[in-house]
Design a protein around this ligand. Sequence first.
Ligand SMILES: [Mn+2]
Length: 351
Amino acid sequence: MKFIHLADVHLGAVPDRGTAWSGRREEEIWETFRRIIAGIRENPVDLLFIAGDLFHRQPLLKELKEVNRLFKSIPETNIYVIAGNHDYLNRDSAYRKFRWADNVVFFDSEDLQCIDDDRVPVTVYGFSYCHQEIRERLLDGICPEEGDGYHILLAHCGDEKHVPVDYKQLMAAGFDYLALGHIHKPRIWDSGLAAFSGAPEPIDRNDTGPHGYIEGWTENGKIHTRFVPCAVRMYDVITLEIDEDTTREGLEEKLAEEVSERGQDNIFRVVLTGVRTPELLLIPEKLKACGNIADIRDESQLAYDLEALKRQYAGTLIGDYIRFFSGKISETEEKALFYGLQALLTTSRAR
Ligand SMILES: [Mn+2]
């Protein structure tokens, strides 16, 4: 028996709205989903599990038709789908009246349901979201029914607003595999008993690292799994250390190099660390032009010789400003001191 476990596809999401690559990302999320289905067409599996948030929001009827068309194209595979918190079954949800292809089982209730597969010895358990949040611990105390074959649970869960879970307890409940969704980064338990497949394509800038799905198979009566990366791009963090010799041009060059080394198509968050001199004036737009830069976080500290400045500017606004912050100061005050000084010094120089 072979299966594929997907979750958090988030069809319809528009990542990084307002950036140059946003529209392309919206397409890529669909393309990767189509590619996974095409892969199943080439290499059929018995079961496909979709553990919630197939859609980023309420699906449109035409989107359901398109997904159903893809599902119909893999008739040798039985497909089990639950709705998550993003595509939850609200009263008017297009999910409610939709007629799926014969090989699709859609769980349409918040109560746990259990279905015996008609082709392989597997019983599938699952429930869908009918609300945006489920704070109740719906998975506490559940266990598989008596009976042969493999017992596989689909669940969209994992934080306090979305079915909090005691993993240890759930792992001991007797299921052969837990196909989990909601957490976008893949997480696979060593026991092989459970996994968050993660989103096949990263959806936002916090979804760093590799993304893909889980492939499972049985061997000697036990389920084995492996992670299969499939995302076309990755979110990554570039940390640039600044020192007193850093120039604006030098930093832009370093960022461009780093981007091409890690992959021009990837999307980056940039973190600036170290110490910078007041002379180094960075232009965020120039840095952002070095690649797909989603955001820049400046954690560098301005280097000032406070004592020297205090002496040099004694009796002026700048001197008073430094004196105001003397003694032990908080992190926020330190920021205020440095940014204030930078503003005062640049304007006083301009005069
Ligand atoms: Mn979710």
